[in-house]
Design a protein. Structure first.
Length: 291
């Protein structure tokens, strides 16, 4: 089986690449630079360098693949355009076939909610609101598409958890600043457990949205795990916005508790890795790969 994979040298995509290669899958890594191509090649993939907004070039890669995973995210103002171009190319090339396609979304799409499941109403903050139209277009097509919505991804020193590790000192005090007041909850998933879910989605082709969250924790508890001897100081919304930016803050302050009846469990997904609290308590800098 040959899988086309975008984002193969990124945080999520790199873990997906490892899981696919370990399982004996042939991977065509769609990358944006020669340096990324060298990295993907060293891991056992066959790289193709291209601009992901070049739909024609991407379609030619997809035509030779038995399935595809889109895990690339520039993380800037171009993200929406990249996703739109990839969705268009996949619809044009995979519609009416049984080729599995796995698309990356995120738990923020549901907004604050006390018991999130895939059937809960969407209420995205501004930073990810653009995803709704792209994913709706994909899910309304005849592509065998699964949209995986990871929680806040952690593991191996990467991801948003570094904001907790690097909590700034509060001026005039001996304390460290929380993200908001710390009472909000985050749905969480280890990057290696998440990669296993991507592989399962390719193998079982469930279609629709699948939430990838292994556990939920209050942000204040996570901060306490990272800094067990520090005094943690609640930050106002305005203070957090000034430090981290308005749209990003709105997402980080979402209070998201994830339900137990998630579709991933029906696929046989059984997360095995340490919780974020345990990782923070044991140090989180061993293999920092960035946010």
């Amino acid at each position: 089986m040959n899988i086309a994979l975008t984002g193969a040298t990124g945080y999520i995509g790199g873990a997906v690449l490892d899981a696919l290669i370990e399982g004996g899958t042939t991977v065509t890594a769609v990358v944006r630079s020669e340096a990324a191509a060298d990295t993907a090649r060293a891991k056992g993939a066959e790289p193709v360098v291209m601009d992901l907004t070049d739909r024609g070039a991407l379609r030619r890669v997809l035509a030779q693949a038995d399935g595809a995973v889109h895990a690339a995210s520039p993380g800037d103002a171009t993200s929406a355009d990249v996703d739109s171009a990839v969705v268009d190319a996949v619809i044009e090339e995979f519609s009416g076939t049984a080729k599995p396609y796995v698309h990356t979304s995120g738990i923020w799409l549901w907004g604050s909610h006390p018991d999130i499941t895939e059937g809960s109403p969407l209420d995205p903050p501004a930073i990810v609101a653009w995803r709704v139209e792209r994913e709706g277009r994909l899910l309304d097509s005849s592509v065998a598409a699964t949209v995986i919505a990871p929680g806040v991804v952690h593991g191996e020193g990467g991801g948003i958890a570094n904001l907790l590790v690097d909590a700034p000192a509060v001026a005039g005090t001996d304390g460290l600043s929380l993200i908001g007041d710390g009472t909000q909850h985050w749905g969480l998933v280890h990057v290696r457990d998440l990669a296993a879910l991507y592989v399962l989605a390719l193998q079982t082709n469930p279609g629709g949205r699948v939430i990838g969250v292994s556990h939920t924790a209050a942000v204040g508890d996570l901060a306490a795990a990272a800094h067990p001897h520090a005094r943690l100081v609640a930050a106002t919304v305005d203070e957090t916005r000034a430090r981290l930016g308005g749209d990003f803050t709105d997402a980080l302050l979402l209070d998201q508790r994830v339900g137990s009846g998630l579709r991933a469990r029906d696929l046989g997904w059984r997360p095995q890795r340490a919780s974020l609290s345990d990782e923070l308590a044991n140090g989180y800098r061993a293999a920092n790969v960035g946010i």
